[in-house]
Design a binder for this molecule. Structure first.
Ligand code: UT7
Length: 384
């Protein structure tokens, strides 16, 4: 059975910073309350041109560069997001086109803030089953677009960003050692965007009532989170045949410092073995764990061979965890030819995408689109 190794990682944080002090000028809150109740000092806000797809693309591109893998070698792209580009097509498909990942399948995964962990679990099992060799996992969020900026109970928490990892099949033991995914749909209304789906399609009324924004029962979500993080971390560690002492680093979903500290206490893990960066980004939902992983590597807290436990939780309610033996990018330097291909590949992908669209348009103008009546039961176009 092949192992699913993490061989690349990347992140994108939009440059615009929104501090607690700035927030307290528009909503009834203050820096002291936000810091003591959440640990958050500031968050990033997507610029007018940033979307879930553009940010996910930036993170994916960096992850592929670290891995030394070309987009044309990717077999599958899973984008975890609660703020997709559209209801459909999937954000993963938009990113697939931007990357020029021409042989990849692509789909979105909706599991709230646990989305990245669900995708990691699924992606690793696809590799272990032998179905694919290279899987790109992305978490990308533009939560600022669905945040009610006059609701102080939620607007202080969320931020925008994206992160990605590349999983690659290998015969060497390591990579994703164990994972679990869980849900409790009975808690769905605790963290919800009520309108815009088939239950309550968007209308003037739903917009007037602000039902297209995040609604959250903070206290209940807090209680749920403190319960599941401990349980999930212990379960994946045991499933991997390890003990908590074998784990060099814990990277929990970056929702609230108090949730993380409560988990550290109940797991009896010293805080220096827990990675926290929510003070800079707030809660970026499915992007929070891959962004934290990138920063943990960059600041020397996570090294090749280290065992790391990741735990996500969020809307659904969902939670998911994994024990991972951290990988290393390839040691050999890419050849000059490969570097040249890498530099050219994204402009070529953009040009290819434009050319295919133009060609499709021209074809439709010249030959016409087949009408439903001209297609037989087998889906073949009938000859006129
Ligand atoms: O990704 C997963 C999703 N989300 C989470 O993990 C969030 C989990 N929940 C939380 O992080 C916390 O529940 C919050 C940070 C959202 C709230 O913290 P809390 O300690 O649970 O506060 P609370 O809702 O119990 O409110 C305490 C008080 C209330 O005032 P009263 O009723 O005691 O007078 C609130 O009105 O704090 C007030 N309050 C605020 N005050 C200043 C609530 N929000 C604010 C605010 N600034 N932003």
């Amino acid at each position: 059975m092949p192992y699913a190794h993490v061989v690349g990682w990347g992140k994108y944080a939009p440059p615009k910073i929104l501090t607690n002090a700035e927030l307290s000028r528009t909503v009834d809150t203050n820096d002291e309350w936000i810091v003591t109740r959440t640990g958050i000092h500031e968050r990033r806000i997507a610029g007018p041109k940033d979307t879930a797809a553009t940010m996910g693309f930036a993170a994916a591109r960096e992850a592929l560069d670290v891995a030394g893998i070309l987009p044309t070698d990717v077999d599958l792209i899973i984008c975890a997001t609660a703020t997709p580009e559209y209801i459909f097509p999937a954000t993963a498909c938009v990113i697939q086109d931007m990357l020029g990942a021409v042989k990849a399948g692509a789909f979105d995964l909706s599991a709230g803030c646990a989305g990245f962990m669900y995708a990691l679990s699924l992606g690793s099992q696809v590799i272990q089953a032998g179905a694919h060799r290279v899987v790109l996992i992305i978490g990308s969020e533009t939560l600022s677009r669905i945040t009610n900026w006059s609701d102080r109970g939620t607007c202080i928490l969320f931020g925008d960003g994206a992160g990605a990892v590349v999983l690659q099949a290998s015969d060497q033991p390591g990579g994703v050692l164990s994972s679990l995914v869980r849900a409790d749909g009975s808690g769905g209304e605790m963290l919800i965007v009520p309108a815009g789906g088939s239950h309550q399609p968007a209308s003037v009324q739903t917009v007037r009532e602000g039902l297209h924004y995040i609604q959250m029962n903070g206290r209940e979500v807090f209680r749920f989170a403190t319960r599941v993080v401990d349980r999930a971390a212990r379960e994946v560690v045991e499933k991997a045949g390890l003990t908590l002492d074998d784990i060099q680093l814990f990277v929990p979903h970056q929702a609230n410092l108090r949730i993380i500290q409560a988990a550290a206490r109940s797991l009896d893990i010293p805080e220096e073995r827990i990675f926290v960066n929510l003070e800079k980004y707030g809660n970026t939902s499915s992007a929070s764990i891959p962004m934290a992983l990138c920063e943990a590597v960059a600041c020397g807290r996570l090294h090749p061979g280290d065992r790391v436990v990741l735990v996500g939780f969020g809307a659904g309610l969902t939670w998911a965890a994994a024990a991972v033996q951290w990988g290393a990018p390839p040691e050999r330097k890419p050849s000059r030819m490969r570097r040249a291909i890498r530099a050219a590949i994204y402009p070529v992908a953009a040009a290819r995408s434009r050319a295919v669209r133009v060609l499709r348009h021209v074809e439709a103008r010249l030959f016409g689109s087949p009408s439903p009546k001209s297609v037989d039961e087998d889906g073949d176009t009938k000859k006129k």
